[in-house]
Design a protein around this ligand. Structure first.
Ligand code: X8Z
Ligand code: ZN
Length: 620
């Protein structure tokens, strides 16, 4: 028995060695060349990525001329390697033999080319100019001091006032204060538009938007169409929500019912999430007595409770999670983000967590990025592919857990809502729709995606940027400014991503649709609970299922990953189903009301798209 099994084992080993040796011999010359090239590229990429992230981290968490200078220098070194013409040439050459290379190799080469497009050194003047202008814009954005009634005010304080104030004159003043950063960011953004388009052109992409959507294997028109399709599917629900909301707000402010919703009536500075409109689902009072630290730790427990590996200890020592104390002069970016500093185990998050519902959901979102980083940081995933299956997947995981963290059974399990809390199901579903999902699609797929496609892909003239911005806010969102806003205000530039994460926002629309697909699968197929009210914190089966998606990183096509995980292609089916119970309730509430808004009739119309493309014309 022992002998024979030894023999079997021995002969098995011999044949294994033989296969490996034969395999090595069989490796084509082109595959060997690609392997050698990628070994060097991956190692250098990771080393430079770390230096670049470290300096950028210092620049955004502590704005100073020294940190800006270091960030700019590191950005140039990073581009000098990634965008080196020798690298671009070698990648393009190897990609001509795609058919002979294994798929993982091809994916790495394609990613290397996209990375090169961010800073191509085939045109060093252009790339260096871009890096300098990006650094300047980040510095202006991150150090901007908002003022209200002559006094400095933080972004959190603006949001707090917009959440609480019921005096329309005061709301208008706060809203206007929140728009003061636009003029400061306006001029350099127009410079950046041309520089971003310029770098994309160096590797033969027609514009910067096209370079960014290439991560999905899509063209600009395909990405815009995908977003238009999201809006088409959700439009009936949005029209009902919009109608319900404007009647509700008109009653709250004792005003006549408007056609479009005045932007300062809503709590969010860009009307992207309509929070605080459903009293029975208002969670803020339940966060009294909780600390910001508790919020961050609770968010982490969501992930570890599902059996995912804990974030490394240095996440807690190196992150910058809380607001700068009032008497501290340090300026930092106020928008939440999560960083994979070294494409290894140095993971950090930048936030300004305060104990309220908004930051609770945001903390759950950010840690989703952190756990995605951690899951694909493994030897099987080369550094070049330590990314999401698509950028929208990265946002989608955070959004999924953010959605899950807003559901009543979870909030009860964490002691935020009392155990005997009797949730008004309709109220919670309505708040889910308004505050986290449906109006958001019309901002993300509509205003943001169309406006950025216009400035990058359709060459919209800077003198028409604000007019076009408000045209889209009206057309897609049914929202209007409190007063006419001239070009000098550059209201688009008050949105963080327009400055520092360009041509990216459609990823959040994708993430919203995608999160409902994942959530639907988890609730129905794994938990056998209703998607509108379930709890998967602590469930290891959900953790194992998620881990399988996360650990792949960018090694497989996103369509395949989605299909294998859920059995579905990308679709709004799950999102529409989720809110189905709300539709008849809204129709009942809105009976006899005029549904939707009449779009503006004069001024600010979008020119015919063909005309815009052919003649580089502008609106008006
Ligand atoms: O920017 C974010 C995250 C960081 S990736 C907080 N989000 C978008 C936004 O705030 O505009 C999350 C959803 C939308
Ligand atoms: Zn995110």
């Amino acid at each position: 028995m022992l002998r024979s099994s030894f023999f079997v084992a021995f002969s098995g080993l011999t044949s294994l060695i033989f296969t490996i040796a034969a395999g090595a011999e069989e490796k084509s010359a082109i595959q060997q060349r690609a392997d050698q090239f990628l070994a060097l590229t991956n190692a250098s990429y990771q080393a430079l990525y770390r230096v670049n992230s470290e300096t950028q981290w210092s620049a955004v968490t502590d704005v100073s001329p020294e940190h800006d200078a270091a960030s700019e220098a590191a950005g140039k070194a990073y581009a000098a390697f990634n965008g080196n013409p020798a690298i671009i040439g070698a990648v393009q050459d190897l990609l001509k033999h795609s058919d002979e290379l294994d798929p993982l190799t091809v994916r790495q080469l394609r990613q290397a080319l996209l990375n090169a497009g961010e800073g191509p050194m085939s045109n060093p003047t252009l790339t260096n100019h871009r890096i300098a202008a990006e650094t300047k814009q980040a510095s202006l954005l991150n150090s901007f001091q908002f003022k209200f009634k002559g006094q400095p005010i933080t972004a959190n304080q603006i949001d707090d006032l917009l959440t609480k104030s019921t005096d329309l004159a005061e709301r208008k003043a706060i809203w206007e204060a929140s728009k003061e950063s636009g003029p400061a960011l306006k001029d350099n953004l127009t410079v950046l538009r041309d520089l971003r388009n310029g770098v994309a052109g160096e590797i033969n992409y027609p514009n910067y938007f096209a370079l960014e959507v290439a991560a999905y294997g899509m063209t600009t028109d395909e990405m815009v169409k995908m977003n238009d399709d999201f809006m088409r599917d959700l439009r009936p629900l949005y029209l009902q929500l919009h109608t319900w909301a404007k009647y509700k707000l008109a009653a709250k402010y004792h005003e006549p019912v408007p056609n479009e919703i005045p932007a300062h009536w809503l709590n969010n500075r860009w009307a992207q999430n309509w929070t605080g409109m459903v009293e029975a689902a208002d969670l803020d009072p339940y966060f009294k007595g909780k600390t910001a630290e508790w919020i961050a730790r609770t968010a982490e427990e969501f992930y570890t409770g599902m059996g995912l590996e804990a974030l490394p200890a240095n996440f807690w020592t190196k992150s910058d999670l809380y607001p700068v104390p009032p008497n501290d002069k340090r300026k930092k970016n106020t928008h939440a983000s999560c960083w994979h500093i070294d494409l290894d185990h140095d993971i950090r998050s930048l936030q300004s967590v305060e104990p309220n519902a908004e930051w609770f959901f945001t903390a759950h979102h950010e840690l989703g990025h952190g756990h995605y980083f951690l899951a694909y940081t493994r030897p099987e995933v080369p550094p070049l592919l330590r990314t999401g299956a698509a950028p929208g997947f990265h946002e989608g995981i955070g959004e999924l857990i953010s959605l899950a963290s807003s559901q009543v059974p979870y909030l009860q399990a964490k002691g935020i809502l009392p155990n005997d809390f009797k949730a008004d199901k309709t109220a919670f579903l309505l708040d889910d729709a308004l505050a986290r999902s449906v109006p958001f699609i019309f901002f993300a797929s509509g205003t943001m995606t169309h406006w950025e496609a216009d400035i990058y892909a359709h060459q919209l003239e800077p003198q028409d940027w604000n007019k076009r911005w408000w045209h889209y806010v009206s057309k897609f969102q049914g929202v209007e400014p409190p007063e006419k806003r001239g070009e000098e205000w550059a209201d688009y530039a008050t949105k963080t991503h327009i400055n520092d994460t360009p041509a990216y926002y459609y990823n959040y629309a994708f993430a919203t649709v995608f999160k409902f697909q994942l959530h639907d699968y988890i609730a129905r197929k794994i938990l056998h609970q209703p998607p509108q009210s379930c709890n998967y914190a602590g469930n290891k089966e959900v953790g194992t299922w998620l881990q399988k998606i996360l650990e792949k990183g960018g090694t497989e096509d996103w369509r395949k990953v989605l299909k294998e995980a859920t059995g579905e292609d990308l679709s709004t089916r799950a999102m529409v189903d989720y809110f189905q119970p709300l539709m008849s309730w809204l129709e009942e509430q809105n009976k006899g009301r005029k549904i939707g808004w009449e779009e503006e009739k004069d001024g600010g119309e979008e020119p015919d798209k063909e005309e815009a493309r052919d003649k580089d014309t502008h609106a008006g």
